[in-house]
Design a protein around this ligand. Structure first.
Ligand code: NDP
Length: 486
């Protein structure tokens, strides 16, 4: 390596990629007393960061990756905050040319766990280490304390642990930062965290829609209702944020912000990865998937217009005072749906661990989500408490507090979904939670017929309820049953 000579004290760590997250994480590190070298491929970004915030601590501007490397103590610790995918590969490629064996890269972006493991293997071949660290908390979290879920080897983790722990959120005495498993475990945990986030956002959005369309609360009433709910079992970062959005008035028109914002919802991919992971692992995480599908449909502006025009617009029953669901029903339905979204996400993580040894300790993981992250809230704390006492709880929905929430709120959820369906208000995620629970609670499912169909079309065989073994019926012959195991 041919590093340029630098004078002055060396930096403890570097941050590469000075967008929303990188700039704030660099400031957070500097505020904690670290000397931080900063680099962005756009030179103006680093200079602007120093001009505005250097008084908060020691930020050192690097004008190239070579300069960055020369400014760091050994082993070098470089935090990467660039978009997932090709941008991360490009940034890693640029850095591997200037780093030395023993140095550690921490990918704090929203990478796919499989990509992280591919990159870790490639970097290890050059003597470099990769810690894949999922970071949650958005812009504010990056600055004031995010939740950090890390993966990678113990050795690499120990080298960056003090750095990351010092900037992470704290929930009482718990530091919301830990290694949750090897390889891509941290990024898998962050992916599923985001899948839960998608689902909770969607059930919240559907509930808001129902309040606006099926009650006479109006936007101010909706904001008050959410603020009120945020003092009880539903207390969470996302409910508070939703209340603020409901209350917001568009400065240019004076209209409620919700009336002027386009309903085509974007996504960056982690929600889709979470739903795909659930599908691949055989976990029925319908709420996580429905939240992704809901964003797809919202963006299909042409398809929506074409169907509206061909089939006719959906006629929504006009709201009459007191005609829609009771406020308490809406609250209880939202709590049940949030509980089921958490359970589906945690089931996905557990299945990923069983399949490929990622994220072994759910109690520890949910502990990391107690502060700093987007899905933090009172219900998650209660789930975390349960897992802390009974880490091997086999079926989360059958354990407290979730079983009690479902027991107490299922009837309300049914009334809310029935009202929405009758009135023509789409509630894909709330309805999926109701049918998820109905399937779990029904002793015999329609899938008995699916087994009969499978055997009739492809001689796949079936099991019987009254005796052991596998059987096939000669559907196209004499209708006799033959044992398959004989
Ligand atoms: P931004 O778009 O704000 O910033 C991304 C930074 O990466 C920019 O400085 C950009 O530089 C740089 N970059 C882009 N492409 C390359 C490349 N090929 N090589 C080197 N640098 C590049 O993104 P965020 O800060 O929001 O996000 C950063 C990472 O953190 C992402 O992986 C994101 O998914 C994740 N994340 C984001 C959260 C959020 O709330 N925003 C929350 C948690 C994680 P340039 O300006 O030159 O394009």
């Amino acid at each position: 390596m041919n590093s340029p000579h630098v004078s002055g004290p060396l930096a403890d760590a570097a941050v590469v990629g000075l967008g929303v997250m990188g700039a704030n994480l660099a400031r957070n590190l500097a505020r904690h007393g670290y000397r931080v070298a900063v680099y962005d491929r756009l030179p103006g970004k680093g200079a602007a960061l120093l001009a505005r915030h250097n008084q908060e601590g020691h930020l050192l501007l690097a004008d190239s990756v070579g300069d960055l490397s020369a400014r760091l103590t050994r082993p070098r610790r470089v935090l990467l905050l660039v978009p997932a995918g090709a941008a991360t590969d490009a940034a890693i490629d640029a850095l591997t040319g200037v780093l030395e064996p023993g140095d550690i890269l921490v990918d704090c972006g929203n990478a796919h766990a499989d990509d992280t493991e591919r990159r870790e293997a490639a970097l290890l071949g050059r003597g470099l280490h990769l810690v894949g660290a999922g970071v949650s908390g958005g812009e504010e979290g990056a600055l004031r304390g995010p939740s950090i879920m890390a993966g990678g080897t113990e050795r690499a983790w120990e080298a960056v642990r003090p750095l990351l722990e010092s900037v992470a959120a704290r929930a009482g005495t718990t530091v919301c930062c830990a290694r949750v498993g090897p390889g891509g475990a941290g990024h898998l945990a962050k992916t599923v965290h985001n899948g839960i986030e998608y689902a909770v956002m969607q059930v919240l959005a559907e509930t808001c829609d129902l309040v606006l369309r099926r009650t006479d609360a109006g936007h101010a009433g909706l904001a008050d209702l959410l603020a009120h709910w945020n003092k009880g079992d539903l207390e969470s970062y996302l409910v508070a944020l939703t209340a603020a959005a409901a209350a917001h008035v568009d400065p240019s028109t004076g209209a409620p912000f919700l009336n002027v914002v386009d309903d085509a919802a974007d996504q960056l991919g982690t929600g889709r990865w979470a739903a795909r992971a659930a599908l691949d692992l055989g976990v029925p995480a319908e709420a996580l998937a429905q939240a992704v599908f809901a964003r797809f449909i919202s963006r299909d502006v042409e398809g929506r217009a074409a169907v509206r025009s061909a089939v006719g617009p959906l006629r929504v029953t006009p709201a009459q005072s007191g005609a829609g669901p009771a406020e308490t029903d809406l609250r209880d339905a939202l709590l049940v749906a949030t509980a089921v979204a958490y359970a589906q996400g945690l089931d996905t993580i557990r299945a990923a661990d069983a399949a490929c040894g990622r994220v072994t300790d759910l109690a520890r993981l949910t502990g990391l989500w107690r502060a700093g992250c987007i899905i933090r809230g009172r219900l998650l704390e209660r789930i975390s408490d349960t897992l802390a006492v009974r880490p091997d709880t086999p079926v989360l929905l059958a354990a407290e507090p979730l079983a009690e929430i479902v027991r107490d709120g299922s009837a309300a959820l049914r009334r809310v979904v029935l009202d929405a369906v009758a009135a023509g208000v789409p509630v894909p995620a709330l309805a999926s939670v109701l049918t998820h629970l109905d399937q779990l609670r029904t002793p015999r499912l329609a899938t008995a017929m699916v087994q009969a169909q499978r055997d009739a079309m492809g001689a796949h065989g079936y099991r019987r309820v009254d005796r052991a073994g596998s059987y096939h019926t000669r559907w196209n012959a004499d209708g006799a049953e033959i044992p398959l195991d004989a």
